[in-house]
Design a protein around this ligand. Structure first.
Ligand code: GSH
Length: 213
């Protein structure tokens, strides 16, 4: 039995949940919040972060490690392409999204505009958000605009690289950040393409319920 630890509003958790759906695997979710983890959680996730995953008692943490494990154990390269150059490109874009894109759409946008008012009952610091939107987000989207394709996905078929980018960008959208389709036309239509995938739509729908609190 596979158990995923974490809440689906986390882009990293959502990436793992969509990967499990792409592999058509059964799983249960233990909705651990990293802000209030249960005792002993660090035994499963030594950094105290979500997601973590347990597969018949085998525990691992970090979305990238988890997706690679799932691909190796259960996949036939549905999550990462088989070709070594395409696979390496997927690894790089996953890494870029999980570090650089996460840095600009995580704390200074999603956390400020969604987590603080909705879950922590604290005020958003709009100055932090506005400065971030003006100075930090544009260069990251300029880079993504240069690497995403006009059609299909970054490695042909949908892969974890696409999930990593889109799971973060959908959180930016929840925080009312809209990608300017005049400045970033390729990125804008690429994201719309990913959001239309059935595996993705399922989470957009259920995220809406959670955000309605
Ligand atoms: N590189 C990690 C990042 C995971 C991460 O930062 N998760 C956030 C939630 S979105 C978290 O648990 N933060 C709590 C903390 O940093 O202590 C991954 O890909 O799983």
């Amino acid at each position: 039995m596979i158990t995923v630890y974490g809440v689906q509003l986390s882009p990293f958790v959502r990436k793992v949940l969509i990967s499990l759906d792409m592999l058509e695997l059964d799983y249960t979710v233990n909705p651990v919040s990293p802000m209030d983890p249960p005792e002993g959680f660090k035994k499963i996730s030594p950094l105290g972060k979500v997601p973590a995953l347990e597969d018949d008692g085998f525990a691992i943490a970090d979305s990238t490690v988890i997706c690679q494990y799932l691909n190796e154990k259960y996949g036939k390269n549905q999550l990462y392409p088989a070709d070594i150059k395409a696979r390496t490109k997927a690894w790089w874009l996953e890494e870029y999204a999980d570090t650089k894109l996460a840095e600009v759409v995580g704390m200074p946008l999603f956390f400020e505009r969604i987590v603080k008012p909705t879950f922590l009952k604290q005020d958003t610091n709009e100055q932090i958000v506005e400065d971030n939107i003006k100075h930090n987000i544009p260069p990251v989207l300029d880079y993504l605009e240069s690497v995403v394709p006009e059609t299909a996905f970054v490695c042909g078929a949908l892969s974890v690289a696409d999930l990593s980018i889109a799971c973060l960008m959908i959180n930016a959208a929840y925080a009312d950040y809209e990608v300017d389709s005049k400045r970033w036309p390729t990125l804008s239509s690429y994201l719309a393409r990913i959001y239309q995938q059935a595996v993705f739509r399922k989470y957009i729908e259920s995220d809406k319920q959670i955000l309605r609190v």
